[in-house]
Design a protein around this ligand. Sequence first.
Ligand SMILES: [Zn+2]
Length: 79
Amino acid sequence: MPIYEYKHTSKRGDTCEDSFETFQKMSDKTLTKCPVCGNPVEKLLSRTSGGVDKLAPSRLKELGFTKLVRRDKGVYEKE
Ligand SMILES: [Zn+2]
């Protein structure tokens, strides 16, 4: 089952991390709200095995992805 990563876009609940991972079926709808605090979230790149992580950066660009790299403390930077 694919793992999807979501990030709070504005506020987040006291018990929430900025971003979180969740298992969803391919057929499940993309979350727009955090299931814990109900604040808006956006989906980050999925990390399915053999997914975008394994693609070359040039290929990612073609597909319109921006590769995000996790630095420490949950900060994302464009590579
Ligand atoms: Zn939340």
